[in-house]
Design a protein. Structure first.
Length: 185
């Protein structure tokens, strides 16, 4: 991707530059936002609407972006806030996917036997996400997306020390889900 400031300036400029910047951001972030919303138990028909609302909020709020954090952190904050606004609307109360029953989780371990180490880790992260979606998101952002502790601290609204401890605790819990994958090593 281009530099954060280039996207911000292009969106503020308007015209073709704005359209191109929004399109590039949408292509890059909409699949990630969609997965994030699904992991947070939003039903499929609403996921697309929330992604679109997120980008509307991004375009409307870009003038408020001061550059004191990486653009991706700001974009994820907008996505999270858009999702929280969705949850606050009483008409969406019954459209949120139900939690998976603990018996269903145990059965899924028996029926979805992964074939490779990568499949096993993916399955472990999916199962962890079903049981602890907030913690799984922190593990994903820290390990897969490569966010620093400082970036995560700003995103989750904790001090740097508290964030480091939280990341450590999340990884410890995730290790329990990774135990079956050790057979592949």
């Amino acid at each position: 991707m281009e530099k954060d400031q280039d996207f911000v300036e292009a969106i503020k400029q308007g015209g073709k530059h704005r359209q191109r910047a929004i399109t590039l951001l949408f292509k890059h972030y909409s699949p990630q936002f969609s997965r994030y919303f699904r992991r947070n138990r939003i039903t499929e028909p609403n996921v697309e609407d929330i992604v679109q609302n997120t980008f509307v909020n991004i375009v409307r709020g870009i003038s408020g972006y001061r550059g004191d954090c990486p653009l991706k952190n700001w974009l994820w904050t907008v996505a999270r806030n858009t999702m929280l606004t969705f949850f606050q609307n009483p008409s969406h109360k019954f459209q949120i996917q139900e939690e998976t029953d603990i018996d269903d989780i145990e059965v899924s371990h028996l029926t979805n036997t992964p074939g490779t180490l990568e499949d096993c880790v993916t399955q472990a992260l999916d199962d962890f996400s079903k049981d602890h979606h907030d913690r799984a998101e922190v593990v994903r952002l820290a390990t897969i997306e490569g966010w620093s502790s400082d970036e995560l601290a700003k995103f989750i609204g904790r001090t740097l020390g508290a964030t480091r401890e939280y990341i450590s605790q999340c990884k410890k819990r995730f290790n329990v889900y990774l135990q079956p994958c050790k057979d592949y090593l």
